[in-house]
Design a binder for this molecule. Structure first.
Ligand code: DI6
Ligand code: FE
Length: 400
């Protein structure tokens, strides 16, 4: 079988099955950017050959990493707030005094699409350097139609200037902008009747997200956003139960959400609802660390009910200025008690599932995009163990 490129002598972690098993002498064959074969050299199709053969020298090869929850596109930063929080001020009180999300909104509204792309590339290149081949990017710093569209246009343009897949999520229901502080319901109307139709009409979002929290939106307001998403045929996901148990996980499950994210305060009932719905639990240890949160997500209950577990950076200027998915894995293990295997599944197969992209990425299987990460590690556990030590030997996106 002739193909375009072969990677040989790979210690292959295909991320198929229940454990991170390594195929000692594995090969990956690529044809037209897709995997033609990934498995033991011994079982390879007869006559497998290619014009270009790359010897991996026994290095570990995993699927390209998937960062399934980021707010990567934004202008400005919030380092000064960071200092205020170090001095003891609470995130909620900073938000109430016009800081927080709203201060990033002002900077983002003032930025052009070119400005947003340029500011984001610095952060995107950090993820690419760690083997990320698919990244999800949310809007949510415009809180009005023009800038929400600009954020999503900037996100989509990233995949034109870098070898990476960008999945976009509309998050108009991220915070209440200053001009609507006195009438949140009126802002929710604006999200449902103006922003979402404009975003969906322009084909700029793959999903719709919302922030279910006291300082943001109530379950009733979010059902209106989710009903509008349904009318436009868009799947949903939800920032749920991050700072309090607002019933966010159960709400996400009720809508068959792709994922429910954060989950620090999710109840047993919420976990059961996620399990029944098949919704992915996305754990975001960067925000947990930055907020000095003490309430861990219910990992044991999620595990017992076999809720799929994903891990992401939640890269955002306020609660998770983290642009290292490997560090997110380390934090998920050390702070949340996730196992090494759960972490690695959490940034490959389960992260792809959280984006509705398991049909094209997340595991090394025939027909999927040939997205690979080739690592200078002797065993998978090192991907979670090392903090800040670059381990990527090579990155392959769609066979290149
Ligand atoms: N939860 C978070 O932690 C971020 N957004 C959200 O819904 C905070 C975003 C920010 O502070 O800029
Ligand atoms: Fe987030």
């Amino acid at each position: 079988m002739h193909c375009d490129r072969l990677w040989t002598h790979a210690r292959l972690a295909t991320m198929v099955g229940r454990s991170v098993s390594v195929i000692e002498d594995g090969v990956v064959a690529c044809l037209d950017g897709r995997i033609a074969y990934a498995g033991p050299q011994a079982d390879a199709p007869a006559g497998l050959d290619a014009a270009d053969v790359i010897d991996c020298g026994g290095r570990l090869v995993t699927p390209g990493l998937v960062d399934c929850h980021t707010h990567l596109v934004h202008a400005g930063h919030r380092a000064q707030e960071f200092q205020r929080r170090l001095a003891g001020e609470m995130y909620q009180s900073i938000a109430a005094s016009g800081g927080g999300i709203v201060s990033t909104v002002n900077a983002t509204r003032a930025a052009t699409v070119d400005d947003l792309v340029e500011a984001t590339l610095l952060r995107l290149d950090a993820l690419i350097a760690e083997g990320v081949t698919t990244v999800e990017v949310k809007s949510g710093y415009g809180l009005e139609t023009r800038t929400e569209l600009n954020q999503l246009r900037a996100a989509r343009r990233l995949s034109k200037v870098r070898p990476i897949d960008v999945v976009t999520t509309f998050l108009g229901a991220h915070a209440v902008p200053p001009e609507f502080q006195q009438d949140r319901d009126a802002y929710v109307d604006r999200v449902c009747t103006e922003q979402l139709p404009a975003v969906a009409g322009a084909g700029l979002a793959n999903a719709v997200d919302a922030y279910c929290e006291g300082i943001a939106f109530t379950p009733v307001q979010i059902t209106r956003v989710f009903d509008a998403a349904r009318r436009h045929g868009l799947p949903v996901k939800l920032h749920a139960d991050q700072l309090s148990d607002g019933g966010g996980a159960a709400l996400a499950a009720r809508y068959g959400a792709l994922s429910a994210d954060h989950l620090e305060y999710t109840s047993t009932e919420g976990v059961d609802a996620l399990a029944r719905a098949g919704t992915v639990a996305v754990l975001l240890p960067g925000a947990y660390l930055m907020l000095r949160e003490t309430q861990r997500p219910p990992i044991e209950a999620l595990r017992a009910r076999e809720v799929p577990l994903a891990v992401a950076t939640d890269a955002n200027p306020g609660t998770s200025p983290l642009t290292s998915l490997l560090t997110a894995m380390h934090l998920a293990a050390v702070q949340f008690g996730m196992t090494v295997e759960e972490c690695i599944f959490g940034v490959t197969r389960e992260a792809a599932r959280a984006l509705g992209r398991l049909d094209t990425v997340g595991t090394l299987e025939r027909g999927k995009w040939c997205d690979l990460a080739v690592w200078n590690v002797a065993e998978p556990a090192e991907l979670v163990y090392w903090l800040g030590l670059p381990r990527l030997h090579a990155r392959v996106w769609r066979g290149r």
